[in-house]
Design a protein around this ligand. Structure first.
Ligand code: ZN
Length: 165
């Protein structure tokens, strides 16, 4: 069968940036699994996967708009360390994520990531680490099957390469 809406797809992938830096790869581990047509993977890659058969090799060049979004400078912020609870302030480090009010829309929460700390200033960003980057996916389709009713209800794959719950 070819990949279509509601297919469960297992694939191996390597993700690199345009400068050749490897970001992530499933090689050497279990294939990654996703449910096609449910936004489990970035839109640009999902588009390229449509209609492919098991064994297909897919080279997808994905623009930031169809990847993790464009980089929004307004979501890069510096905040004083004092805004963090005192018991957390000493343990802050780059890479930590926390939920906060979206500065652009107070009715919405946003996930902020600490990107750096300098004295009493904490640099945080609501941008995805790969926002603004073009993504190059080298994919090998391993297997394709129909989703179960439960998987469709949850909107994701269960079992190896997917969710275990
Ligand atoms: Zn589930």
């Amino acid at each position: 069968m070819a990949i279509e809406k509601n297919s469960v797809v297992h694939f191996h992938y390597t993700l690199t940036l345009d400068d050749g830096e490897e970001i992530d790869s499933s090689k050497g581990g279990d294939p990654f699994a996703y449910l096609h047509g449910h936004g489990n993977i970035v839109p640009g890659l999902e588009k390229e996967m449509l209609g492919k058969e098991a064994g297909a090799v897919v080279e997808a060049h994905v623009s930031p708009e169809e990847g993790y979004g464009v980089h929004d400078p307004e979501l890069d912020m510096r905040v004083p360390k004092e805004v963090f609870p005192p018991e957390a302030a000493d343990d802050l480090q780059a890479g930590m994520m926390f939920q906060s009010q979206n500065p652009k829309d107070p009715n919405q929460d946003i996930i902020l990531r600490i990107v750096g700390i300098e004295d009493n200033v904490v640099y945080v960003s609501g941008n995805h680490p790969l926002a603004g980057k073009a993504l190059n996916f080298a994919v090998e389709v391993i297997s394709i099957r129909e989703a179960t009713t439960e998987e469709l209800a949850h909107g994701h794959v269960h079992g190896p390469g997917g969710q275990n719950h």
